[in-house]
Write a new protein. Structure first.
Length: 436
């Protein structure tokens, strides 16, 4: 009887990036920094709910945190391209440490107000812009190109896996204490991440010195935009990503605290526990992506992710029990983070080395549309309650998916097998009717 060859659960490529010492350091620093972020997302939302009880202000806090993505991303990309990635990365940690440290002091002296929370959220958002850009730009420097997909997906697990422990810790702290000490812990985590960032022994090529011609900031921004327009497919990737950021991402920070506390009548600690469930979904999804030998029809995968996210929001809105909500949160958060992973991988793999910062700036600009989504979510909750807001956002996601699949040209693009091939009008004209 012929023996059946057993296939390993994960391919050797899955964890290959961990063979690089600098990647292990980067992953650890990302993990520690993301622990602070996991605490921040829960503590900040609960703080605003208890200070004001306003869904609009809850949306405004998230909008303030994401505003730097929209306003500073072009300039942040130029800075990342001009200065050592490692220094920019460490600076982002220090900005977050200052933001959480100031709020920690304000809470201790009982002087915290909603406008201060919003302002410090904006400072934290500035740090987050440079954190993401510098981290992604460091990956091709630290690992060989053959292991870039593994590094991209695994670096995402450094962010998503800590959502499990960080959010569980947030829930535990909220059940036995208040959120004041959570901000102190955030400050310690961000400071530790800065120390770890200094341990990276990067092999980054020297930046151009004063004797060489250096493009102006406007020139670099224009070059990045021209690259996206000329290659065409990044525009489509960014549009799909924008739908996720506007109508799916805000559910966690704006709608879930209100659903848990107001609609389900649960203790505020469940905001953290459900965030941990979402972190589990995001982590397992990232490991699954890293284990793939290739991503077939990645563009169709992204449309499938926003459709699944929309269905998950419907489940959260109509769920009769907290356990059902937890299952839907698992899938919704997995869709959010893995959408970003696929899109970032595409940009990293295709962009010229000298334009990686600008290429990643495009994604940060799109990520800034969370600002719009947060304001929309807050307004929807004020007028339609959390359930109506979730259903409306789900309808937008499902409608966008159906619209994309119903348009022949878009459908043809979605089924393309080659992820990094430019899509031009000539490609469309040469395609047969069957291909379309």
């Amino acid at each position: 009887m012929a023996s059946v060859e057993e296939r390993p659960l994960f391919s050797p490529e899955t964890f290959s990036a961990f063979s690089y010492r600098d990647f292990r350091v980067l992953w650890t620093a990302t993990f520690v920094r993301s622990a602070a972020l996991a605490l921040e997302l829960v503590a900040r939302a609960v703080l605003i709910v208890e200070l004001t009880g306003s869904a609009v202000l809850l949306g405004a806090v998230l909008a303030a945190w994401m505003a730097p993505n929209l306003l500073l991303s072009p300039f942040a990309g130029v800075i990342v391209d001009r200065y050592p990635y490692q220094r920019v990365w460490i600076g982002s940690f220090l900005a977050n440490a200052v933001a959480s440290g100031v709020l920690f002091v304000l809470l201790i002296v009982d002087q915290a107000q909603s406008w201060q929370v919003i302002a410090l959220s904006a400072l934290s958002g500035i740090g987050f812009v440079f954190f993401n850009l510098a981290r992604r730009a460091l990956l091709p420097v630290i690992v060989e190109s053959a292991h870039l997909r593994s590094a991209t997906a695994l670096s995402q697990t450094g962010q998503t896996s800590v959502k499990i422990g960080g959010a569980l810790l947030a829930g535990l702290l909220l059940s036995i204490a208040d959120f004041t000490w959570m901000f102190g812990l955030m400050t310690a985590f961000s400071s530790l991440a800065a120390l770890l960032g200094g341990m990276i022994q990067t092999r980054q090529h020297p930046k151009p010195d004063g004797k060489e011609e250096v493009r102006s900031i406007v020139g670099q921004i224009t070059a990045g935009a021209r690259w996206a327009i000329d290659t065409r497919w990044p525009i489509a990737v960014l549009v799909i990503s924008a739908m996720s950021y506007m109508f799916l991402q805000p559910y966690e920070a704006v709608l879930m605290p209100l659903v848990v506390i107001d609609e389900l009548g649960q203790h505020r600690s469940w905001v953290g526990y459900l965030a941990a469930v979402g972190g589990l979904g995001a982590t397992l999804g990232a490991v699954w992506l890293a284990s793939l030998k290739e991503i077939r029809s990645p563009n169709l995968l992204m449309v499938g992710l926003i459709a699944t996210g929309g269905a998950s929001l419907i489940g959260i809105a109509l769920a009769p029990h907290l356990a059902v909500v937890a299952v839907c949160v698992f899938f919704a958060t997995a869709c959010v983070y893995n959408m970003a992973t696929v899109a970032n991988l595409a940009l990293l793999a295709h962009a010229p080395e000298e334009m990686r910062g600008q290429a990643l700036t495009l994604m940060n600009l799109v990520q800034g549309t969370i600002l719009i989504g947060a304001l929309i979510a807050g307004a929807l909750v004020e007028s339609l309650r959390p359930q109506g807001g979730l259903l409306t956002m789900a309808a937008c996601l499902l409608g966008a998916s159906l619209l994309a699949l119903s348009m022949p040209r878009v459908r043809w693009w979605l089924w393309r097998r080659r992820m990094y091939t430019d899509l031009t009008a000539a490609d469309w004209m040469r395609a047969s009717e069957g291909d379309r």
